[in-house]
Design a protein around this ligand. Structure first.
Ligand code: ATP
Ligand code: LTN
Length: 330
């Protein structure tokens, strides 16, 4: 069975962009692949966190994995720090990543360009840790949103570098970026991606948002003056974003079909349909989330996920350390 691995960094609450760009694909693929879905809590602390809030977000993230349909009987769900090999291989990866490569990573560059102060060394080297997260498990594919593709490409370069230098150690993984929904944009500013760090809180729909609030965010989404439901991300970014949301939540309905349904109708009617689809999905997720929280499923899933992950990761780490000559053979 081919393998797939991905992680989410719950530095805040999970949102619709995370669901559409990543989480729904984990669920979709869990029958076909051996899936590893982890909570990237080492990545979380690359930016300052309130410990209490972080703890809540971590638990919520696992609950949402389950609520969105990940099944621990099929997928290995685990917490990154429950598998210590991540930090260990992360350090080894870091020692093999050139500063020039890290300087080119757009996520870090964007933060620098915004003039953010006191950025941490961990944030700078985080792509090396991400490479370790992936390479420990030899996955065939890594399903991610558009913003993470560059990091998976660096991971491929590192895998090839290790294989050339030390012999065949790692499978070279492929990023899997969906055609629709890989970059859901903010509802209040469709030139930016929907993000947990949305200051206005109007552009981001959280999976645990109250349904009325979520509906209001969709209804007040920024659009344009064209009065035409037409897929054209360049000239009609707001409408095209809403179309991507609707399509993703309705079995990837073709854009042409959505355009035909709303031809000659106003944006109000179109937005109502998008809001209906969003609220129906949120309601389904939230109902299951409430069940999961009180069921003990979270701890059981994390324990069995970590057990399987440790087995594979320890073996890989030992192989790498040996290939690098770091072990004293006893
Ligand atoms: P954020 O900017 O919200 O902090 P992130 O990309 O930095 O998000 P994660 O929450 O770890 O960090 O992202 C988890 C997954 O969700 C990744 O695969 C990422 O590519 C995807 N993702 C995040 N935001 C979006 C979005 N707006 N549209 C589509 N996919 C997204
Ligand atoms: N960097 C990712 C989260 C992440 C990840 C990974 C995704 C950490 N390790 C390994 C896929 C595979 C993010 O910030 N979204």
């Amino acid at each position: 069975m081919k393998r797939m691995l991905s992680g989410i960094k719950p530095t805040g609450q999970l949102h619709l962009g995370n669901y559409i760009g990543a989480l729904r694909h984990f669920v979709e693929y869990q029958d076909e692949y051996e899936m590893f879905a982890f909570i990237a809590n080492l990545h979380c602390i690359t930016v300052p966190q309130d410990p209490k809030e972080l703890q809540t977000n971590l638990r919520d993230c696992v609950a949402l994995y389950l609520a969105c349909g990940l099944d621990p009987a099929k997928a290995n769900i685990f917490l990154q720090t429950d598998v210590r090999a991540h930090a260990q291989l992360g350090y080894i990866m870091c020692c093999h990543t050139y500063m020039g490569e890290l300087n080119r990573m757009t996520q870090f560059k964007d933060k620098m360009a915004h003039g953010e102060k006191n950025l941490s060394g961990g944030l700078y080297t985080y792509p090396s840790l991400m490479a370790a997260d992936i390479l420990l498990y030899d996955p065939d594919y890594v399903p991610v949103g558009e913003d993470q593709k560059q990091h998976v490409e660096l991971t491929r370069d590192l895998a090839i570098r290790f294989n050339n230098r030390y012999g065949d150690l790692f499978k070279v993984p492929e990023p899997l970026v969906a055609k629709v929904g890989a970059r859901i944009m903010s509802l209040s500013d469709p030139s930016k991606k929907m993000s947990k760090s949305d200051e206005t809180n109007k552009g981001c729909i959280y999976l645990l948002d109250d349904l009325k609030k979520a509906r209001k965010k969709v209804m007040s989404a920024v659009t344009d003056n064209c009065a035409n439901v037409h897929f054209d991300p360049e000239n009609q970014p707001g409408i095209s974003n809403l179309m991507q949301i609707l399509s993703s939540l309705s079995d990837e309905r073709p854009m042409g079909e959505i355009e035909a349904e709303f031809a000659g109708k106003g944006y109000g009617e179109f937005k109502r349909s998008v809001a209906d689809a969003v609220c129906a999905k949120l309601e389904e997720i939230q109902t299951r989330y409430n069940e999961v929280l009180s069921s003990g499923e979270i701890d059981r899933a994390l324990n069995s996920g970590a057990e399987r992950a440790n087995l594979i990761a320890d073996e890989k780490l030992a192989k790498v350390q040996k290939a690098l000559g770091m072990e004293i053979i006893r």
